[in-house]
Design a protein around this ligand. Sequence first.
Ligand code: ADP
Ligand code: MG
Length: 392
Amino acid sequence: MKFVEELDVRGRTVFVRVDFNVPLNDKGEIRNETRIRASLPTIQYLLGRGAKLILASHLGRPKGKPDPSMSLRPVARRLGELLGREVVMAPEVVGPDAARLKAGLGPGGVLLLENVRFHPGETKNDDALASALAEGVDVFINDAFGSSHRAHASVVGIAAHVPVIAAGYLMKKEVEYLRRVIHPAKPFVAVLGGAKTEDKIPVIENLLRKADHILIGGAMAYTFFLAQGKTAGKSLVEPEKTDIARGILAKSAELGVNFLLPLDHVLAASIESGRVEAVVEGLPFPADLMGVDIGPKTVAAYGAVIAQAKTVFWNGPLGVFETPAFAEGTVAVAKAVAEANAVSVIGGGDSIAAVAKAGVTDKITHVSTGGGASLEFIANETLPGIEALERP
Ligand code: ADP
Ligand code: MG
C-alpha cells in the first residue's frame, strides 16, 4: 500500500475518499465534527503541494437518490472555515455540473461532490459509476477508514480506474494502531454491543480465534439469547442472524473462548419513556418490556475480566447510553477499560460518544473513527477498501 507522501501531486487532479459521515441535528447542523477534522491532515498536505482536490463521502443512508436532509452542503461550509479557503460544492455525484466544476479546478482548488449515496450505483459498486468518478482523475487517495469495510464504488471500484492509488494519513494511522490488536498481548478482551448487529455478528466468528474473552452487551446480546431459545420481550433483535449466533456460541465453546452474555438487565417500556421499569436476572422478559442496559452484576463481572486484560477492543455501547437512565452500564465499563493496564482500542461513532460521556477518552490508547470497519479489520486483518489499494 502506497502512502500519500510518496507521491508527486503538484498540479495533479487528486480524488480523496473521505469519511464526512457526521451526525446532523434536525436543523441540518453538524453535531460533531470529529470526522471532518480527522481528514484535515491529508487535505492540507495535498493542498500544500499544489494538488487539485476532489473530495467525496457519504452521509447517512439515503436510498440511492437525493435527499436534502443528507446533503453534504453543511460539511462544505464547515470545511471551508477550517481550511480558510473556498470549498466548491457540486450539486451532484456525477453528471454535467460536476464535470464542469472538476474541469474548472485549479491548483489548491477544492471541490466536494454531493453525497455519493445519492447515486444508486455507489452501494452496488457499479463499474459505470466508478469509472465516471475516475474521469480526469490522476491520483486516488482513500482516507475513509470508517467506510473501507464496504465494497462501494467510491471506496473500491474507483481504484481500478485511476493510475496512481494510495492511502491518506488517517487511513495509515488507523491501520498502524489496529495492527497492534491483530497480534494482541494476551489476555485479549473484546467488548461488543450496539445496535448495528446485522453487520457485526457475522464478523465475530473470525474474532473467536484471537480473543480470550468476548463480552456481549447492547441490543446484540438479545440476538444471542434468542439463538439459545430465550425471548427478550420487546428488545431489539435480529431474528435472521440467530443461525450465525448459534454457530458462534458453539464455536466459542469448542475453542475455549470465554463468551459472556449479560447476567442482569435494565428493562424499560420504551426508549422514549426514559424510565427504568425493572432490573432482572435471566430471561424471558415480560412481553411489554425491553432490555436497554446491562445491570450491576454484569458490570461487576465484565469489569473483573477487563481488569486482567492486556489488550481490549471495544465496539458498540452496552445500552441506550444517549438516555441518562440507561447509560450506567456503558459508562461503568468505559471506566473499567480506561483503568485497565492494557492497550485499549475503541471504535465507532456512538462508542466514541459513549467514552466521551464517561470522560475517559484521554485514557484510551486509540480511538478509531471506524466502528464496523475497526471490528472487521481486527477480525479479517484487512478490509475491501484496503485490498483495493494493494495493487502491485
Ligand atoms: P457504533 O456507532 O459505536 O459502531 P452502533 O451504531 O452499532 O455503535 O450502536 C450504537 C447504538 O446502539 C446507540 O444508539 C445505542 O442507543 C444503541 N443500543 C445499545 N444498546 C441497545 C439496546 N439494548 N437496545 C436498543 N438500542 C441499543
Ligand atoms: Mg453508530
